[in-house]
Design a protein around this ligand. Structure first.
Ligand code: UDP
Length: 253
């Protein structure tokens, strides 16, 4: 791990975290980094440093990593594999990602547990809600794998579901951009970033921050969804302290 990435991942001194327990969701594609497939070691190291920095703030963390770098059910379906089987393949991909991320977080000195919605006892723990809460209370980062355990869903919905079950104070959605914009900032230079947005506007304007069922679940549970740029070292710890660019969706409606 480079000295540089450890320093840049460190939180700012003296600022209390905004939340006691969070769930951070990032896509599997983010793990690709510069690679065409699999996992980029640099991305895994940066993520692990960021998780360690948030842990040092005393925040309990749940993580959900997607599987888009391995299999996306909807894309695979139709190529001779039925949709449900393709989705199960996608869910298995998220377990692979969770194990990769777990290895790097533990190298950074933070204890973890992977809990899968599809039981596979030789590989990781099955998801048991009360046990997951106990892990968090003991200071372990819990990685929720295999999404909801059901085909035709996404890891975004899995993330919102687990955040509700774990009584998380916020869902932190790490994306390629540093928040939600009025238009695509890559195409429209006049696009502006929202500081706050309602769940309703995200759904009505089809802003595609997370899928609609994930946003609806977050709204139901009154959990704010905070969108930030995950590729920037240290951004995760900053957003937990209320710093850096980000967009907050809902929470106070
Ligand atoms: N998946 C599923 N049910 C779930 C979660 C995920 O069937 O509850 C499958 C689905 O095929 C999806 C794939 O797993 O395409 C990978 O998840 P996702 O697309 O959410 O990953 P991300 O886009 O976040 O990398």
């Amino acid at each position: 791990m480079s000295e540089d990435s450890v320093t840049s991942g460190s939180p700012s001194v003296g600022l209390a975290p905004r939340w006691r327990r969070v769930l951070m969701k990032m896509s599997g594609e983010a793990l690709l980094g510069e690679q065409a497939s699999g996992h980029d070691r640099k991305v895994l190291e940066r993520l692990a440093n960021d998780v360690a920095a948030v842990q040092a703030l005393g925040v309990q963390q749940c993580l959900v990593i997607g599987g888009g770098n391995i299999v996306r059910g909807a894309s695979l379906a139709g190529s001779g594999i039925d949709r449900a089987s393709a989705d199960y393949m996608g869910m298995l991909g998220t377990v692979i990602n969770a194990l990769a991320v777990q290895a790097f977080i533990e190298r950074a000195g933070v204890p973890t547990r992977v809990m899968s919605a599809i039981p596979m006892s030789a590989v990781c723990e099955p998801y048991i809600r009360r046990r997951a809460i106990r892990h968090l209370e003991k200071g372990r980062v819990v990685l929720f794998a295999a999404g909801t355990g059901n085909p035709f869903f996404t890891t975004d919905t899995g993330a919102a579901l687990r955040a509700a079950e774990m009584n998380c104070d916020a869902i932190l959605k790490g994306t390629q951009v540093d928040g939600v914009y009025s238009a695509d900032p890559k195409k429209d230079p006049a696009a502006t970033r929202y500081d706050r947005l309602s769940y309703q506007k995200v759904l009505a304007d089809d802003l595609r921050v997370m899928d609609a069922s994930a946003i609806a679940l977050a709204r139901e549970s009154r959990i704010p969804v905070v969108v930030f740029r995950v590729r920037e070292a240290g951004a995760y710890a900053k957003v937990v302290q209320g710093l850096g660019p980000h967009t907050v969706i809902g929470g106070e409606e």
